[in-house]
Design a protein around this ligand. Structure first.
Ligand code: ARG
Ligand code: GLU
Length: 764
């Protein structure tokens, strides 16, 4: 891997251990690139067991959950495991004051009680192919970005046309390595995905924002869904007649869990990383853009927090919004600190020096790449202020709820201007439920205070040449007081008022837009937004597209200049494998973190009545009585653990798989000090956080009493009787299993299926 070179020269032996962990690998190249290293780290499976197009493999148990998270199949009847925070919206949508699934949890007592979720899908990967050659056919270096793209677009249409797709099958073709390669993903999606179970928030979101991105962690961040299929197990839209899906493979669950240094593999759909950027980009992020984004959110969060603490009703209204603003605010702070303390810029600079001197020694490389770093320097110098103004502007709009809402109205006005009644109607139809939800949890007075504060930050911290002078004049007319300015705009706007808003939308299109355009807040948004687009957005995008071209060349150059290195493509929401080991870490001098937390630690954090750290009585009493069933290790219930697996947003809900192919954990977060791994993976400090499966089983069985779900799963003890959990094509009929249960086979002992060599590769 790129930065590894420097270390490699100094300490050739240390390198393997130091860097094992970095990388989000394409499943189809595991055998060529990773299998050896994975096995040397303790893995007992082959690459073919993980990803195969010819036979069942681990990949057949992994789904892209709703397109934003990962989930995995854990029973022969399509039971799906993902995070609580991934299923949050569905759980919330089934909740009401009288039937609050978020607060009380939910456990369907049999399939007839499982709750459908319109729109939610589970997408399997059927196959992955390298289509770089046909996708890039006819493309030359001399072409400009536009010519190049139009050829690629045509090639992609051509590639697609060769596939005969069944209903619910899709083809996705995406660029990799910054446009140097293209891969095709053939997928099949199941659209009937029902909610099966969830712990209460006091377990599933225990520690909430205070503990978010933090180790030691004690959150049971999981929920259970089930995939349903139509006739013949085929994908189908929701129907009450659909039956639980029979998977090609499901993950057995290990009761033996993990210990420090155990091999772990994470399979999932990481969203976005940028590991190959030049030092200038990182410098700009650390010095300019991250601090700006953090400062704006910091301000907004402080105001919301003040009101949330003073009023319980407001706390309920704002908790979820607060969490979503706070999530990346906190991440960016950790990321900036990590980039600084790990010397990421200096490391990149040292790498670039090495790169340049190698390039200079090779005439053809010098010709092709000799000037790349200079060009980056030039482009980043000119994009700096624009990137800053752009981030400032978008955070300003994002954090003032009414500006964000007015922004939707711009789309209505645009459709009206284009005379497109149909588009106007369809956008209005989609907007209405969004607005209803927005007003339900909206407090104009809080928003007004945020508007005043963020307007002040925007006017004071963004170069005046990037802000419309007309907006500034409005402020001056209000005595140069941001409070008066905010009071005046909020006093007049109808957008803050639900009934006026709905009445306006009920008007015929032209009249509605006339009313919208007469609104002072809408006018203010247009003034700043149009000016911003012209002075910041467009010029910034022009530079960015030149940087993209440089990036494509730089990526290619790195691969050519260091031909012996292994490169992994940046994350782009496609299926990846990452692997590492269970490990603690040292966040700062004299502090060591263990890799595992226990239920005792959950109880230590308990604050009765607190909105983040309250606990259900039942959990406390299970702990008091040490009623742990088969899920304890050395008399304690494991809760969360750490690994060196390289993950990012989108890996939430990803399975952590042991050396044999069994589920040992559920990925849901990273440690704060290591969130920089999106740009600079540092093995000494980058850790992913997983819920231990034994905690999940304990909660399902002992806390919720949902032992029928445990019966569906396949619990194994690989450490006592190791067997590679080879995917099978035949799975045991779940009805048959249920029948057996009803015959009164004692439950707890029966859950563990004795593992023998014969069981592997057969049926479950
Ligand atoms: N930090 C995790 C992620 O990026 C968890 C977020 C959900 N939890 C929360 N407390 N906001 O998605
Ligand atoms: N919580 C993140 C998610 O929702 C995963 C944590 C991370 O960014 O690594 O995908």
């Amino acid at each position: 891997m790129k930065r590894l070179l420097i270390v490699l020269i100094i300490t050739p032996l240390l390198q393997i251990n130091l860097f094992a962990g970095e990388g989000m690998w394409l499943p189809l190249f595991l055998q060529a690139l990773n299998e050896g290293e994975m096995q040397s780290m303790g893995m007992k499976m082959s690459a073919e067991d993980i990803y195969s197009v010819n036979k069942g493999s681990l990949k057949d148990a992994i789904v892209h959950f709703g397109g934003f998270c990962t989930a995995e199949v854990i029973s022969g009847s399509g039971l799906l495991l993902t995070n609580h925070h991934c299923g949050y919206r569905q759980i919330q949508s089934h909740s009401s004051v009288d039937n609050n699934l978020l607060k009380d949890g939910f456990w369907a007592d049999g399939t007839q009680e499982e709750l459908p979720n319109p729109g939610l899908f589970a997408k399997f990967i059927e196959s992955i192919e390298d289509v770089s050659i046909p996708a890039l056919a006819g493309v030359t270096e001399a072409m400009n970005a536009k010519e190049r793209q139009s050829i690629i677009d045509k090639n992609i249409v051509e590639i697609r046309s060769k596939y005969d797709l069944k209903e619910f099958e899709e083809i996705t073709i995406k660029p990799f390595f910054h446009g140097n390669q293209y891969f095709l993903f053939k997928t099949v999606s199941y659209y009937d995905v029902r909610l099966v179970g969830t712990p209460p928030e006091s377990i599933g979101k225990f520690g909430a924002d205070t503990d978010n991105w933090i180790w030691p962690r004690h959150t049971g961040d999981f929920s259970l869904f089930r995939i349903y299929a139509g006739p013949n197990n085929e994908p189908a839209a929701y129907s009450p007649d659909n039956k639980p899906y029979t998977p090609k493979h499901f993950l057995p669950i290990s009761l033996d869990g993990i210990t420090e240094d155990d091999f772990t593999l994470i399979f999932g759909f990481p969203g976005r990383t940028n590991e190959y950027l030049p030092s200038n980009a990182i410098e700009q992020m650390v010095e300019k853009t991250n601090p700006a984004k953090i400062a704006i959110r910091d301000k907004a969060l402080k105001i919301i927090d003040k009101y949330m603490r003073a009023d319980e009703a407001i706390r309920l209204q704002y908790a979820s919004k607060f969490a979503s603003v706070a999530n990346y605010w906190k991440k960016w702070i950790g990321e900036s600190q990590g980039l600084k303390s790990s010397g990421a810029v200096a490391k990149k600079k040292a790498f670039e020096k090495d790169f340049q001197s190698r390039v200079n020694k090779n005439p053809s490389q010098k010709e092709a790449y000799g000037d790349l770093l200079n060009q980056f320097e030039k482009e980043y110098n000119s994009i700096g202020d624009l990137a800053y103004a752009n981030d400032y502007f978008s955070e300003y709009i994002r954090n003032v709820e009414l500006l964000k809402t007015a922004n939707y109205l711009k789309t209505l006005a645009k459709n009206q201007k284009a005379g497109n009644q149909e588009k106007y109607n369809s956008f209005k139809k989609r907007l209405t439920p969004v607005l209803i939800k927005f007003y339900k949890d909206y407090q104009p007075s809080i928003d007004q205070e945020i508007f005043a504060a963020l307007s002040q930050m925007y006017f004071e911290n963004v170069d005046s040449k990037h802000i419309n002078p007309a907006a500034k004049e409005k402020l001056l007319r209000n005595g140069n007081s941001y409070e008066k300015f905010a009071a005046s705009i909020f006093g007049q706007t109808f957008i803050k008022d639900e009934s006026k808003m709905m009445a306006t939308l009920d008007l015929p299109m032209d009249e509605a837009v006339k009313t919208i355009e007469a609104d002072p807040l809408f006018q203010y948004l247009n003034e700043i937004a149009d000016y911003h687009k012209e002075k910041v957005g467009i010029p910034k995008n022009e530079i960015q597209s030149r940087i993209d071209v440089l990036m494509r060349k730089f990526m290619k150059a790195q691969m050519e200049v260091f031909p012996d290195e292994k490169f992994y493509p940046d994350a782009n929401s496609t299926m990846r494998v990452t692997y590492g080991q269970v490990k603690g870490y040292e966040p700062r001098d004299a502090v060591h973190y263990n890799a595992q937390t226990y239920l005792d630690g959950v109880i230590q954090k308990y604050v009765p009545g607190d909105y983040e750290f309250d606990l259900p009585k039942k959990l406390i009493s299970l702990h008091e009585q040490k009623d742990y069933g088969q899920y304890a290790q050395d008399g304690k219930i494991p809760v969360c653990f750490l690994g060196t697996n390289h993950t990012t947003g989108g890996n939430s809900g990803s399975p952590a798989i042991d050396a044999y192919g069994n589920l040992v954990g559920l990925n849901f977060d990273r440690v704060w000090e290591g969130t920089m791994s999106d740009f600079n993976y540092d093995p000494s400090i980058c850790r992913n956080i997983m819920v231990d499966t034994r905690y999940i089983l304990f909660i399902v069985d002992k806390f919720a009493g949902a032992s029928h779900l445990i019966d569906e799963m396949k619990l194994v003890r690989p450490k006592s009787a190791p067997v590679i959990s080879k995917p099978a094509t035949k799975v045991m009929d779940s009805k048959l299993k249920n029948k057996r249960r009803r015959k009164g086979v004692p439950r707890e002992s029966k859950h563990v299926m004795p593992e023998t060599q014969g069981a592997s590769g057969g049926g479950y």
